[in-house]
Design a protein around this ligand. Sequence first.
Ligand code: FPP
Length: 279
Amino acid sequence: MQALLDTLKPGEPDWELATALDPSRIPVHLAIIMDGNGRWANRRSLPRIAGHKAGVGPVRTTVETCARLGVRVLTLYAFSMENWKRPRAEVEALWRLLRFYLRRELPELQRHDIRLVALGRLDMLPPAVRAELEAAIDVTRLNRGLQVNLAINYGGRTEIVDAVNAMIEESAAKGTLSTLRIDETSLAERLYTRGLPDPDLLIRTSGEMRISNFLLWQIAYAELYVTETLWPDFSRTDLLRAILDYQKRERRYGGLTALPDVALAPDEPLAEEIGVSSR
Ligand code: FPP
C-alpha cells in the first residue's frame, strides 16, 4: 500500500483515491475478466487484434498496482477454452502477444518478486507457447511477492470435472472407490487454485453481466464489480475505484451481519420468522 503511495504525488487524482483506501481491507485475491478488446478496436475501425495488443498495457499496470497495493493473488482471465472458436488468426495473435508479454515482463516480474502461475489445460497450447510459459513459471517459482495467475485455456466447469475425476482415479488406485465421498475441502484441494484463498473481488470490464465460466467454484462469495470501461482503457484509476467500491461492501458470507451491534437481541424474533433471507 505504502509502495503505491510512494509512486504518487499528492494532489494527483490517483493520490486521492489511494489515500482513501483502507490498507487493512485490500483484497487478498483479486480476479479480473478482461473483456472488451474487440469492441475497443471496432470503435476505432481497427482489426480486433489491435484491441488485444492494446490490452497488454493494462495487464502491466494492473500487475504493478496490485503488487504495490499488497494484493497477494491476481488472477487474470487471458484465454478461455471457448476462445478456440475464434478465427485462427486471432487465436494465433493472442499466443504471439502472450509470448511478447512474457519476454518483455519477465525481468520486471523478477525485480518485483512476482510469481507467475498458469491455470488451465496447458497441454492444448502450441508447444512453443507452452514451453515459454512453463519456463517463465519455473523462473519465478520461488518469488514470494504477488502471485499472478494467468487463466489460459481455462474453463471453470472443466476444472471442477477434472478435480472430481482426479479424486475418482486416486480412490480407484487405492481400492477405496466404493466408499469415496467428496466434500468441499477435498474438491477444492484438486482445483488449479489449490492452497489459495478464494477471490474477494471479481472485476469484469466492458459492462457484460456474465461470469463466462470463470472460477465457478472459487467465486461463491466474491464481491462482483462490473465497469463499462473496455479492457484496453482500464487504468490504475479504474482499479483503485473498484477496490474502493469493494471496501464499502459489507461481506456477510450468507449470514446476516458480522457486526455485533446489529446482531439480533435475545428477545427479537428469529431471522427466519420475520422472513429475512440469509442470501
Ligand atoms: C476479451 O476481449 C479478451 C480476450 C479474449 C483476451 C485477453 C487478452 C489480453 C488482454 C491481451 C494480453 C494478455 C496477456 C496476459 C499478455 P474480447 O475479444 O472478447 O472483446 P469483445 O467482447 O469486445 O469482442
